[in-house]
Design a protein around this ligand. Sequence first.
Ligand SMILES: Cc1ncc(COP(=O)(O)O)c(C=O)c1O
Length: 421
Amino acid sequence: PALCLFHQFPRIRPCGLAIRRDGDAHVTPGQLGPLFLLADCQTETGKAWVCPTVRQTLLQIANDPTLDHEYLPVLGFPEFTRAATELALGRESRAVIENRAGGIHTVGGTGAVRIGAEFLWRWYNTSSPTPIAVYIAFPQWGNLRCIFQDVGFTEIQPYHYWDTVRLAVAVEGFLEVLESAPDCSIVVLHAPEETGLTPKQWEKVARVMGRKRLFPFFDVPAQGLASGDLDRDAWALRHFVAQGFELFCAQSFSKTFGLYDERVGNLIVVARDNETLVRIRSQLQKQVMGTWATPASLGARVIATVLNNPALLNKWKQSLRMLAEKIMLILEKLKEKLRILGTPGCWDHLTAQSGTRSFTGLLSSQVAFLEKHKHIYLLGNGQVSVCSINSHNLDYVAQSINEAVSSTEGRAQGLSWAEME
Ligand SMILES: Cc1ncc(COP(=O)(O)O)c(C=O)c1O
């Protein structure tokens, strides 16, 4: 009889990933249908935002008779990786000028984290007598921990930059964690543009990380969407580069170009010199060959076209500014509505944050209330994707939050990893 391999492992169980999206069986429609405050950039009618510059560029590409569907090189579309790397580090960056920074075109920002994490596991962890610790922000983008665990890291520790009780940035706690971390650990600096840390606070973080020889792994999913200014949002990354750190930076274009389904990312490697960069990129190339062989081209072609054309670049920057302003405005409006409704508590923290995600400060019981009674879905830690709140659902969201807070006691408090999952 044939080998029924899968059947031999009854212990393999569904892993129970709690992905809540339209179409999930347990989702029931509320007054406005199920409301997912988890979605990324959306229009006023709740549809995924399409960047006008992207639409225009796609048409241009579709009508270009010189383009074919030949495979890209393993490291991807060179015009894309060069422009993307310069976008993050700045054209005037010494690392760029000295040719010691380069990108690898990946399958989304997720692919960039994966390839970088795998590299660190193979070359760094295995050459260390003790397991290398990885520090990941908590609460965080769930995939980060999953990726580092999946490639083999066992010592994964959380750090906090947001005080869930005071509902404010908590750099002291973050610095304490870094001080107590084993020397030479990896620190994933995720969504630095959205943390709310000031340049002075980032300088302190960089000083501690330099002294403790901690490796920075940046994860930049929304450059430009926090402040509306691409350079301002890249401040922390550029500061680390200027301080002479060698680092990885996983760059995503899903949110900023509204190209979620095209899966475009770039893993930026900043090395001390060009010779090191060449060696590292060569090993990463081998990993890519064994993973997805070569990346898809369309999304990267769109981005490269926009980034390398001053007129299109300007238009895209305007769209980013508009999105960032819309996010700020919706948080202002939500805060005002909660004030008018007399919702218990202070909601200033809503407007003190910037970027696509916001800590609402809601307790997990209040999140559960919203799910059960209002069919509003957000992360268990009370984080929402602000872009999914619009003028059509704002009143309903505010009213529902008011009911959730009024009907349950207490304020937000920290959750453990286990509670998050
Ligand atoms: C912090 C963070 N990093 C990376 C990503 C992944 O981006 P991509 O869609 O490019 O894989 C996300 C997506 O939401 C994110 O929030």
